[in-house]
Write a protein that binds this ligand. Structure first.
Ligand code: GDP
Ligand code: IMO
Ligand code: MG
Length: 509
């Protein structure tokens, strides 16, 4: 580690795929080993970051993943959309787990507020969108960012000034009500607002859609718990650059970035290290090193959008997009995971049906959403998408995670290029025709959904690698595969992760 972080004072950890690659694990790792300050700068409670250390397991959404490490300062930066009630819930979980955050958690005064109307709009859009549905986490992320950019959003700081808060809330609610009236779905609206995450109906008014006074009361109440943490974190971080070890914690992943991702099936923030720097009040050049996480050799996606290497293709997308949940509910299971464990645990790794192989992979990798508990869509590692991520970010130092998951799979497929099999498609001065080969993905859903993956097949290593602590001892077949990925994408795998715990971490020579 010392060599890797030589002369580094600000380190960013981001993801080069569709999220859920182990950012939580590695932010905790470097918080423990190296950082003084950990700062989140993008997204909101759509994130689900899992930390496993010292026999403890914690999932955080808004709280930065450095919180388990005593003495380290954790920052929620200006680029975050923050739901105070959600944060209050997380803080109570920390207290229940005896994790002391007193004087160690600070919140940007200029972070953006997520309010009940944002959750309502997010969920309502999921219903009215039909085919264009994004499959969001329902945490109000898109509407909160949209309102900020449309200049009628609220800041966390507004909670410190009652009159300002009420004024801006009224303006915001007026905009939201006009939209919701336009949707003309009063029954759906009532149903959405009776859910527990929307206060089980306390924010609903049959007459006026929103019970504004209850919103004011609830948000000012949760603000009282947070107000001592609200400060100018931008100034704090600027002043810390070069003096303290700063760890910038990414959320989501490059392919979900509003600027660089597979639009429109993306989130509403820029998940690149550049967006992350801005979201903690720094400049991109303040970041001395970025480590980009790549999950291999199983890659996943949650929500809608094209996924060329998905195991089981459209069937898997349908299953993970709601069908599995429907069946689980109908058959009395408490979750899709419980149902899949009950029905599919006995499947074997030489299963010829790729949809079923996807289920084995998901169960082995425990690939169920940390935020929504949705089954993550499983797929083979996609190098055209990785090449694209490397091209746009220049992030060649990578961390390969979850290498243990496919340990018993006899044949590992890696997509090395695509064959475009769609209609003639013009992109700038380029025209794609059926039969064209693509080595670098074009991150547009209209293109990706017509890309047929061309695979290279590799023999699996057929053993459990979790106990391995040195690169030297890894199976030769795995090492060959890692070299192939590095060579094909121009990356360097600096760290190899062979399990969820801090200890399951191997630094490469
Ligand atoms: P994040 O959103 O990027 O922080 O990732 P998530 O926490 O949503 O999902 C990653 C999951 O993989 C978590 O359950 C981690 O505990 C787990 N994990 C991280 N690294 C490894 C690894 O190398 N092997 C295995 N088996 N699990 C890992
Ligand atoms: P972490 O930080 C995986 C996905 C959603 C949906 C799309 C838009 O844990 O890696 P949103 O609620 O953001 O408007 O949803 O983005 N998504 C994630 N997928 N990991 C995440 O975060 C995600 N955050 C959002 O599933 O497809
Ligand atoms: Mg996650």
């Amino acid at each position: 580690m010392t060599a890797l972080l030589n002369n580094v004072r600000t380190l960013a950890i981001v993801c080069s795929q569709w999220g859920d690659t182990g950012k939580g694990k590695f932010v905790d790792y470097f918080a423990h080993e190296w950082a003084d300050i950990i700062a989140r700068g993008t997204g909101g409670a759509n994130a689900g970051h899992t930390i496993e250390a010292g026999g403890k397991r914690l999932i955080v959404h808004l709280v930065p993943s450095g919180i388990m490490c005593p003495g380290k300062i954790n920052v929620i930066g200006n680029g975050v959309v923050l739901d105070p009630r959600q944060l209050a819930r997380e803080l109570s979980e920390l207290r229940a787990g005896n994790i002391d955050y007193e004087d160690r958690l600070i919140i940007a005064q200029n972070a953006k507020l997520v309010l009940p109307q944002h959750l309502v709009l997010d969920k309502m859009r999921g219903i009215v969108a039909g085919k264009g549905k994004i499959g969001t986490t329902g945490r109000g992320i898109g509407p909160a960012y949209a309102h900020y950019y449309d200049r009628f959003g609220l800041f966390v700081n507004d909670l410190l000034n009652r009159d300002v808060f009420v004024d801006r809330l009224d303006q915001n609610l007026a905009e939201c009500k006009a939209l919701l009236k336009g949707y003309d779905r009063p029954d759906e609206l009532k149903k959405i607002m009776s859910k527990p995450d929307l206060g089980s109906g306390m924010f609903y008014s049959a007459k006026d859609i929103f019970d504004r006074d209850n919103i004011v009361a609830a948000y000012l109440a949760s603000a009282r718990e947070l107000e001592s943490m609200v400060t100018d974190t931008d100034a704090f971080l600027r002043e810390s650059v070069g003096r303290k070890n700063i760890l910038a914690e990414g959320a989501q992943g490059l392919l979900l970035s509003i600027l660089f991702g597979t639009y429109p099936f993306v989130t509403s923030s820029d998940c690149s290290d550049q967006g992350l720097a801005t979201g903690i009040g720094l400049r991109h050049r303040d970041i001395d090193k970025t480590l980009a996480i790549v999950k291999a050799f199983l890659m996943t996606r949650v929500g809608e959008g094209a996924f060329p290497t998905e195991m089981g293709g459209a069937k898997s997308a349908f299953w993970c997009g709601g069908e599995a949940e429907r069946i689980a509910r109908e058959e009395g299971f408490s979750s899709v995971e419980e149902m899949e464990v009950a029905k599919y645990s006995s499947l074997k790794w030489d299963e010829p049906n790729e949809f079923l192989l996807g289920i084995i992979s998901r169960l082995t990798g425990k690939e169920f959403g940390a935020t929504t508990h949705r089954p993550r869509r499983p797929g083979w590692l996609d190098l055209p998408l990785l090449r694209y991520a490397v091209h746009v970010t220049g992030n060649t130092d990578i961390i390969l995670t979850k290498l243990d998951v496919m340990g018993m799979c006899p044949v590992i497929k890696v997509c090395n290029e695509y064959e475009y099999i769609g209609p003639v498609y013009r992109i700038g001065q380029r025209t794609l025709q059926s039969g064209d080969r693509l080595k670098v993905a074009i991150p547009r859903d209209d293109v990706l959904k017509h890309c047929r993956p061309i695979y290279r097949e590799f023999p699996g290593w057929m053993c459990d690698i979790r106990g391995i602590t040195s690169e030297r001892d890894l199976p030769l077949d795995l090492k060959a595969l890692i070299c192939f990925v590095e060579r094909e994408t121009g990356t360097h795998a600096k760290i190899l992760s062979v399990g969820p715990d801090r200890e399951h971490t191997i630094f490469s020579n």
